[in-house]
Design a protein around this ligand. Structure first.
Ligand code: GUN
Ligand code: ZN
Length: 436
C-alpha cells in the first residue's frame, strides 16, 4: 500500500493539561501533517518535516484549514439501546424496567441485532468516535453481531455480552453457568480478532446473583488482561436496592471489591454518589470512574464530582462517555458540553483543553490503550478525525471571532455535533465519506 500524507492543523495531547496555559501538555502544528500507511501513523509533526520523511510515490490529502485530532473514544455505551434514546421516565430504575429491558429482549433475534449493529457503527463514524466500549445484550447473538460488524469495519472496539440473572424479564436472563460459558465463547471467538477486545460485563449488582458475581470473578481470574465493565452508584434508589441485596458488603463499591472485580482494567459507569471510603477503594485499585454527563442529566441521576475525584490526595482515574441510550447524544462534543455544565453547577471549571484531552488521550489511558489510540504519535493506529468549527451558519458566524486554539475547541464543544466532523479516518481509511 502506498503511503498517504494528510495535511491540516494537528493537535495531539501528551498528558493531562494543568491549565489553559499548559502548552507542554500537547503538540499543536498550525501547518501539520500525518504520514500514514497500512493503518498506522508513520510520522507526525510539521508539514515540512513530515513531507521530508515521505519517500517515493505518496498520495496527499489537504484538509486545511481544518483541525486534525485523534479519533474520539467513548468509554461506556449500550449498543442495544439505540431505540431507547429519549424515553420519558422519572429515574433510572423506571427507565430500565419500562423501556430498556423490553427493548433489549429484541436482541435475541440475530436479524435485529445485525440491523442495529450496522446503524451503530454508522453513528460512531458519523460522530467521529473511532473506539467505543459497549455493552451488548445478554444474548450471545448480540455480541456476535457487534463484533462481526466491528471486524468488517476494521474498528478498534471493546464490548461484552452482558451477564444478568435476576431482577429483569425472563427473556433477558442467563444463569451463572450460561454467563460464564457464553462469555468464554465470545472471548474465544472474538478477542484479538481484527481489532476486537472482549470485556467481562456483569451489568450491575442488582441484576447479578452472588453466584453470577462469582462466575464473573472466575472469568477475571482466568483472563486478567481483559477489561471489566459494570455500573456503580448512579442513583440513590439503585444504591439502596443494591445494599439490601448484598447486606454483607460495606457499601456498593464493596460488592464489586468482594468479588475481585476492581482493578486498573475495570470501568465503572457513573460513580456519582461515592463515599470517601469508596473513592479510596477506587483509587487504591486503580479502577476507573466513567462520567456519562448527558445520561446523568437526562435521568436526573446527579452531578458527577469530577474535580473532587481527580483532585483528591488519593486521586481516582476517570473517563468520559455518552452512555447511549440513557445518554441522549452519540456526540462526544455534545457530551463534553454537558460535562462542562455539570462542573459549572458545582462551581468548578472544566477547560476546553481538558475536555479534548479526556475525549482522546485521557480515555485511551483509562483503557490502557494509549500505545495504540488517542494520540497522533508514530506507531499508533491511524484513527483520526478532521474537525470543522465552521460547519453550520451559526458556528461559522461565531468562528469569525475565534482567535485561539482554546477558543476554537470551546466553540466545537459548545455548539458542535456530527456536522463538525468533516471526516473520520479508521485505520487510515476515510470512513465518513463512505457512509450512505
Ligand atoms: N444500570 C444498569 N443498567 C444500566 C443501563 O443500561 N443504563 C444505565 N444508565 N444504567 C444502568
Ligand atoms: Zn450504562
Amino acid at each position: 500500500m502506498t503511503a498517504t500524507l494528510i495535511r491540516g492543523r494537528t493537535l495531539s495531547f501528551k498528558r493531562a493539561p494543568a491549565g489553559l496555559e499548559d502548552k507542554h501538555a500537547y503538540a499543536y502544528e498550525p501547518d501539520g501533517a500525518l504520514l500514514i500507511e497500512d493503518g498506522l501513523i508513520l510520522a507526525s509533526g510539521s508539514y515540512d518535516a513530515v513531507k521530508a520523511k515521505a519517500a517515493g510515490d505518496i498520495t496527499e490529502i489537504d484538509h486545511r484549514p481544518h483541525l486534525i485530532l485523534p479519533g474520539f473514544i467513548d468509554t461506556h455505551l449500550h449498543f442495544p439501546q439505540m431505540q431507547v434514546i429519549g424515553s420519558y421516565a422519572a429515574n433510572l430504575l423506571e427507565w430500565l424496567n419500562t423501556y430498556t429491558f423490553p427493548e433489549e429482549c429484541r436482541f435475541v433475534e440475530t436479524a435485529h441485532a445485525e440491523r442495529i449493529a450496522t446503524h451503530f457503527f454508522d453513528e460512531m463514524v458519523r460522530h467521529g468516535t473511532t473506539t467505543a466500549v459497549a455493552y451488548c445484550s445478554v444474548h450471545k447473538t448480540s455480541a456476535d453481531a457487534f463484533f462481526a460488524e466491528a471486524l468488517r469495519r476494521n474498528m478498534r472496539m471493546v464490548a461484552g455480552k452482558v451477564m444478568m440473572d435476576r431482577n429483569a424479564p425472563q427473556g433477558l436472563l442467563d444463569t451463572p453457568e450460561m454467563a460464564y460459558d457464553e462469555t468464554r465463547a465470545v472471548i474465544d471467538q472474538w478477542h484479538g480478532k481484527g481489532r476486537n477486545h472482549v470485556a467481562i460485563t456483569p451489568r450491575f449488582a442488582i441484576t447479578s446473583t452472588p453466584e453470577q458475581m462469582s462466575a464473573a470473578q472466575a472469568l477475571v481470574r482466568e483472563f486478567p488482561d481483559l477489561h471489566v465493565q459494570t455500573h456503580l452508584s448512579e442513583n440513590r434508589d439503585e444504591i439502596d436496592f443494591t445494599c439490601s441485596l448484598y447486606p454483607e458488603a460495606a457499601d456498593y463499591t464493596d460488592v464489586y471489591a468482594r468479588y475481585g472485580l476492581l482493578g486498573p482494567k475495570t470501568l465503572l459507569g457513573h460513580c456519582i454518589h461515592l463515599s470517601e471510603r469508596e473513592m479510596d477503594v477506587m483509587s487504591e485499585t486503580g479502577s476507573i470512574a466513567v462520567h456519562c454527563p448527558t445520561s446523568n442529566l437526562f435521568l436526573g441521576s446527579g452531578l458527577f464530582p469530577l474535580k473532587k475525584l481527580v483532585g483528591r490526595d488519593k486521586a481516582v482515574r476517570i473517563a468520559v462517555a455518552t452512555d447511549i441510550g440513557g445518554g441522549s447524544s452519540y456526540s462526544m462534543l455534545r457530551t463534553m458540553d454537558e460535562a462542562y455544565k455539570i462542573q459549572q453547577l458545582q462551581a468548578e471549571r472544566l477547560n476546553p483543553l481538558e475536555s479534548f484531552y479526556y475525549m482522546t488521550l485521557g480515555n485511551a489511558r483509562a483503557l490502557s490503550l494509549d500505545n495504540k489510540i488517542g494520540t497522533l504519535e508514530p506507531g499508533t493506529d491511524a484513527d483520526f478525525i478532521v474537525l470543522n468549527m465552521a460547519a453550520t451558519p451559526a458556528t461559522a458566524l461565531k468562528a469569525e471571532v475565534v482567535n485561539s486554539l482554546a477558543d476554537e475547541l470551546f466553540l466545537l464543544q459548545t455548539m458542535g455535533d456530527d456536522r463538525a466532523i468533516a471526516e473520520t479516518y479508521v485505520a487510515g481509511v476515510a470512513a465518513k465519506t463512505g457512509l450512505a
